[in-house]
Design a protein around this ligand. Structure first.
Ligand SMILES: Cc1ncc(COP(=O)(O)O)c(C=O)c1O
Length: 445
């Protein structure tokens, strides 16, 4: 324990090395120890660590103007970035969509909740305020974002502070909440939203929020074809907004700019964070489709919301420089081949008796560990498998993102792999080798 630290840590029982430098997929600590960042920290770092031109772009913007309050000014980098994000978004955003920048993912979720509420006020539907979401999901750590999150462990301590707007079934074929199999299931998990709305005062619902690919909570759970399309239809039928939380899955991580583009669905609102500035600056964004924008324009004309640091010139300059870097090196197009290579390296692990599934889309991948492969029974929570695998991989100098609870909110162990898009074949081989040794150590195989 770093008893001389003045930082309030995530965990007082853990030791934290000091990150000194970053180089591509590597983080080097103060003592010179090199760690291979197989999870992009938390699916944040897309272009790699230590790209000097991002810092130069930020310094350049700082030296011109670092801050101008959004009640009085807009800034060039924020305007430019908004245009670029809309051009990457699904078709319905491209003409007359707008972007609201925040300082991170949770603020983006908060903004979307309030945007949905005020959208319905502006549409003369004042009864609509609830934002329905799914069990086994995560949308952020602030109270509004926690309210719509369905992550049991992260929500538990704050339960008394949270509103109950309703959660529907997750879409998770590996542990189907209805014990069904695709396609015979007829996507019962999507129908669960319709059933919920039909029996739970749909007239008071403002929006439905979901992660197109569930990141941390379920471990890169990809819906079967038809799910996202059906969810969009149900939202339309009940006149509620569809919010796609792409804070983890967006900005190229799944091989397309936004994961929802894999299913050709046009949501009303998209949330972005993490990869938008690849960790070089704290930034999030809410993309509002013209349907939402025009309702505000025709209505009161003002969104009753705001943060001092929204649309910050320096953070948006960082994101523009990141996008320049991505475009110059065609990094979105690198995701699919890099993912195929990493999956090929990981394929030997699939036969391990305690690997339940290797899953994901693009470079948002997860490995789930099970006690019994045939029944998919998880290990007891107390065995702390995911954390022990993390520690064993760390012993091999490889950084991964462990989580528990994927099966039922409490039990179930998985690790997330979300390396920078520049991951090389030899680095993927190193990740696979470290995981192989980690599994040997934890499972004594
Ligand atoms: C899907 C999703 N939404 C929201 C958030 C919250 O973002 P932040 O931690 O930047 O507030 C996260 C963070 O992990 C996330 O994965």
């Amino acid at each position: 324990m770093q008893s001389n630290s003045a930082l309030f840590p995530r965990n007082f029982r853990k030791e934290y090395p000091i990150a000194g430098r970053g180089e591509g997929c590597w983080i080097i600590d103060q003592n010179g120890r090199r760690f291979l960042d197989a999870s992009g920290q938390a699916a944040v770092v897309s272009i790699g660590h230590g790209v000097a031109e991002i810092g130069r772009a930020m310094a350049e913007q700082c030296s011109r103007i670092a801050f101008a309050h959004t009640t009085q000014f807009h800034s060039e980098p924020a305007e430019k970035l908004a245009q670029r994000l809309l051009a990457l978004a699904p078709q319905n955003f491209r003409s007359r969509g707008r972007v609201y920048f925040t300082s991170g993912g949770s603020e983006a979720t908060e903004t979307a909740i309030k945007l949905a509420r005020q959208f319905h006020l502006e549409s003369n539907q004042p009864a609509r305020y609830r934002v329905v979401s799914r069990r086994q999901s995560y949308h952020g750590s602030t109270l509004g974002a926690m309210t719509v999150s369905g992550n049991v462990a992260r929500r538990a301590p704050y339960q008394p502070l949270l509103a109950e707007w309703g959660h529907v079934a997750p879409c998770f074929c590996h542990h189907c909440p209805f014990d069904k199999k695709f396609p015979d299931c007829a996507i019962a998990c999507a129908s669960d939203l319709d059933d919920f709305l039909n029996t739970n005062d749909a007239a008071s619902v403002a929006a439905f929020i979901f992660e197109p690919v569930v990141g941390a909570t379920l471990g890169a759970a990809v819906p079967p074809d038809g799910y996202v399309q059906r969810i969009a239809e149900i939202c339309r039928k009940h006149s509620i907004l569809l919010i796609a939380d792409e804070i983890m899955s967006g900005m190229g991580r799944t091989g397309k700019p936004f994961a929802i583009q894999h299913w050709n669905v046009e949501p009303d609102i998209i949330l972005v964070g993490k990869g938008i500035a690849s960790g070089y600056a704290p930034l999030g964004a809410v993309l509002a489709s013209p349907r939402v924008v025009e309702t505000f324009e025709r209505g009161s004309g003002a969104f009753q919301h705001g943060f001092t640091y929204q649309a910050h010139p320096v953070t948006t300059a960082a994101a523009n420089a990141v996008l320049d870097y991505i475009e110059m090196r065609k990094l979105f197009q690198c995701v699919q081949p890099a993912a195929e290579n990493l999956r090929a390296e990981l394929s030997a692990l699939s036969t391990h008796p305690h690997v339940g599934e290797v899953r994901g889309l693009g470079l948002l991948l997860a490995i789930e560990f099970v006690k019994d492969k045939s029944t998919r029974e998880p290990f007891p929570k107390e065995q702390n498998i995911a954390e022990r695998i993390r520690q064993a991989a760390l012993d091999q100098n490889v950084l991964i993102y462990p989580t528990q609870g994927c099966v039922d909110g409490i039990n179930g162990d998985h690790i997330l792999l979300a390396p920078p898009f520049i991951i090389s074949d030899s680095e993927s081989a190193l990740i696979a080798r470290a995981l192989h040794l980690a599994l040997q150590k934890v499972f004594l195989t």
